[in-house]
Design a protein around this ligand. Structure first.
Ligand code: AMP
Length: 551
């Protein structure tokens, strides 16, 4: 027998309708750069999102069709989140920090018909446009007098188009399983993989991050969304803040420690989320602010941290500088992203501060609606003893079941998704990420492919063999070190080699240092063996590391 409850579809458009109807005067604040702060409310955002929805129809975008963004965190990007998905079209948020080739691949693979871009990215747009023949229009997210001077198909001004559209729009009653947004993961070498979220997964994920033993986003919060909106839907904050009716603060592209500090202070932010590198910059800035002043300025109650492991000194400094609990969370593009969040249990109330810091080093416990487990290479479950490390697998309502238009063997018959992370699980269900089975480097929250760097180095005629490993960097978490063997009778300096590689990879990927060695270690099958290299260089300090120069 079925229950007698109403059946409603879980739709993204209902989130902004709820925010406008019940929290209509809560503010959305955007830093548009150069001191220009834009303010409006959830009610204003709803009206503008409806104009965007009308625009999407006027552009001829069909249900299920992708529309891409290359944009920072601003109110316009937020309007696109709702205006595009709300019509039944799919919002493909593209990371502008990727290598041009990857951006072109994503735009073409997603079949995006239009690209909405920030003016600061106009040069990039001009470069990629000729390689994306199916894109009908490039729409600059600016006012008419700020239009970039580039020649691309269908160049148009967002503000002119949006103000020309009506605010009158009835959201369609979509099936909750319809695709809503698409993000590509570049965490593995090779081509980026698309993760296609649905309205249902997005709403359930938002609901779970509003829960108290989670991000606890509430109507009383002012949320600074530092995580880029092109990184896994900005951890769902654009949705959860609407669901909760929180004030939402969008920092644009100004993410220096000073800018983040100023936004936290000026907008009385109570919660914020970012990768450890952003927190590091904030703490470096705050170090020079008077201790009393710091406590008065910053009213944060929690800082959410994910994307890579937060070092203990960040956790400690948040406590000492601001009295703020740094809350680690774990997730991936494939998991919407939030799966685990680190909040204490009742039994932890008596912990000393030092013991609590130890607890905060863990990546958290699974949210209801998700499951996590660790397995050995044969697929056997491993014990939850806090010591045994195994392959971390997850499944749940907002975990992907396949990649977009691409085969992959990351899923087993029981729907477990193999994350590629190695982790321990303790008896209370807290996970600790111990390693990544992928050979990529994560710098400041962004992936760097070691294989791509190696092939760039190997393309130099004087290089015989090259290995790139990620090593600890006090600011970027990890930076690449290139270890190379010179070809007999040939010579090259580190600078000349890096100059050569500069044309082949994104500038920020370039290894911070190069070490020349006589030979590299190999496995039995002749493959480069990075494990001994990591061991050999574990105490290496980059020349670019401030901690190093401080001695
Ligand atoms: P992405 O798909 O770019 O969000 O990257 C996901 C990966 O980031 C995970 O597979 C982990 O390797 C890493 N990661 C995310 N959160 C954490 C965390 N709290 N601690 C350690 N690694 C993390």
């Amino acid at each position: 027998m079925n229950g007698l409850m109403q059946q409603r579809q879980l739709l993204i458009s209902d989130l902004i309708e709820h925010a406008a109807n019940n929290h209509g005067d809560r503010e959305i604040v955007s830093n548009l750069g150069n001191g220009h702060i834009h303010r409006y409310t959830w009610s204003g955002a709803l009206g503008r999102s409806k104009r965007v929805a009308n625009l999407i129809h006027a552009l001829g975008v069909a249900t299920g069709q992708c529309v891409a963004t290359l944009a920072w965190n601003t109110h316009r990007h937020l309007e696109l989140y709702y205006g595009v998905s709300g019509t039944g079209a799919v919002m493909a948020t593209v990371n502008p920090r990727l290598f041009t080739e990857q951006i072109v691949y994503i735009l073409n693979h997603s079949g995006s018909s239009h690209v909405f871009f920030d003016v600061s990215l106009a040069k990039l747009v001009a470069e990629i446009a000729p390689q994306c023949p199916d894109i009908k229009g490039f729409i600059a997210l600016c006012d008419a007098d700020q239009m970039p001077d580039i020649v691309v198909p269908g160049l148009a001004c967002y503000e002119s188009l949006v103000t020309g559209c009506s605010e009158d729009y009835a959201w369609p009653s979509l099936d909750e399983n319809s695709a809503s947004s698409l993000c590509y993961t570049s965490g593995t070498t090779g081509k980026p993989k698309g993760v296609l979220y649905s309205h249902r997964s997005t709403v359930l994920h938002a609901m779970s991050t509003c829960m108290v033993d989670s991000f606890a986003i509430s109507a009383r919060d002012s949320v600074l969304l530092i995580v880029p909106m092109f990184h896994v839907n900005g951890w769902g904050i654009p949705y959860s803040s609407a669901m909760a009716g929180a004030k939402l603060v969008l920092p644009g592209s100004e993410l220096s420690g000073g800018h983040v500090y100023a936004m936290l202070r000026d907008e009385a932010c109570t919660v914020s989320c970012g990768v450890p590198t952003v927190w590091m910059s904030l703490l470096e800035y705050a170090e020079n602010v008077d201790a009393e002043q710091r406590r008065r300025d910053i009213v944060l109650t929690r800082a959410l941290s994910g994307g890579s492991a937060a070092p203990r000194r960040i956790i400690e400094k948040f406590e000492h500088y601001f009295g703020v609990y740094l809350c680690q969370a774990w997730g991936m593009t494939e998991t919407s992203p939030v799966v685990t969040v680190n909040v204490p249990l009742r039994k932890h109330e008596a912990l000393t501060l030092d013991e609590r810091f130890d607890l905060q080093m863990l990546s958290g416990r699974p949210l209801p609606g998700t499951e996590v487990a660790i397995f050995d290479d044969e697929g056997n479950r491993l014990p939850h003893d806090g010591h045994t490390a195994g392959q971390l697998k997850v499944r749940g309502h907002w975990v992907a079941r396949a990649y977009y238009h691409r085969e992959d063997d990351a899923w087993d018959a029981n729907n477990w998704f193999a994350t590629g992370d190695l982790a321990t699980l303790n008896a209370d269900g807290y996970i600790r990420i111990t390693d990544r089975s992928k050979d990529v480097i994560k710098s400041g929250g962004e992936w760097i492919s070691s294989l791509d760097l190696e092939s760039a180095a190997l393309s130099h005629p004087a290089i015989d063999e090259a290995a790139v490993i990620g090593l600890r960097h006090s600011h970027w978490q990890e930076r690449p070190l290139l270890i190379a063997v010179k070809r007999k009778g040939k010579d090259v300096t580190a600078d000349a080699l890096l100059d050569h590689m500069r044309n082949l990879v994104a500038k920020w990927w370039l290894p911070d240092d190069v070490v020349f060695v006589d030979s590299l270690p190999h496995t039995a099958t002749g493959k480069l063996s990075k494990l001994p290299l990591r061991k050999q260089f574990e105490n290496f300090r980059f020349s670019t590391d401030v901690e190093n120069t401080r001695g």
